[in-house]
Write a protein that binds this ligand. Structure first.
Ligand code: ZN
Length: 196
């Protein structure tokens, strides 16, 4: 009698039965009866399908959007504010970096330009001095070699030239004075020697 009442379609179509069904609160015998009834009852199949679909949708929604459901409004606002402040700080840092890089680049350009001009001028001066010295050294070397090769031929000219140079350039120079002094002393000493 009780089993008939419990297992009857009337009982299974009641709200309390479906609440126990959803809470998984049925005994194993009741569940077996329920499965048999479900297999044959079109109304319960429709209800069961609709409930399952709703349950799936609810589960999916719960899985897909837990932060929105859980996060309080103040937390969301705080996060947005923090994000805005971080963005602002990043922008300011970027501006600082760009301005610093521009200033460094400008200073570097000015320094390189000035140094480059000075460096190129210095380089041309050094190269000019070096080439001049090279030319002078080369000509001196050639002359010296030529003189050494024909020193016997060049010696009278060299001595004569040197003397003429001394006389022309320093008529009252130190060397001429010294030479005259030396000559006069030699003459004097010779006279003394003769006198003695
Ligand atoms: Zn039914």
């Amino acid at each position: 009698m009780l089993e008939d009442r419990v297992g009857s379609p009337c009982e299974m179509h009641s709200e309390s039965w479906w609440i126990r069904l959803m809470d998984d609160d049925l005994t194993s015998g009741e569940r077996e009866q329920w499965n048999q009834h479900l297999w044959g009852c079109e109304w319960c199949q429709r209800e069961w399908a609709a409930l399952s679909a709703a349950d799936e949708v609810l589960e999916m929604a719960a899985v897909a959007m837990p932060p929105l459901a859980i996060m309080p409004l103040s937390a969301a606002f705080t996060e947005a504010t923090v994000a805005r402040v971080v963005r602002k700080q990043r922008f300011q840092r970027l501006v600082t970096y760009v301005a610093g890089a521009f200033i460094i680049g400008l200073v570097a350009w000015v320094v390189v330009t000035l140094l480059g001009a000075t460096y190129s001028a210095l380089l041309s001066y050094i190269s000019a001095v070096l080439s001049a010295r090279h030319i002078v050294f080369q000509s001196l070397l050639q002359t010296s070699v030529g003189l050494l090769l024909s020193w016997k031929v060049a010696l009278p000219y060299l001595v004569g030239g040197t003397l003429a140079l001394y006389l022309v350039l320093m008529p009252h120079g130190v060397l001429v004075t010294a030479a005259l002094f030396w000559l006069s002393r030699r003459r004097l000493s010779a006279a003394v020697a003769v006198g003695v």
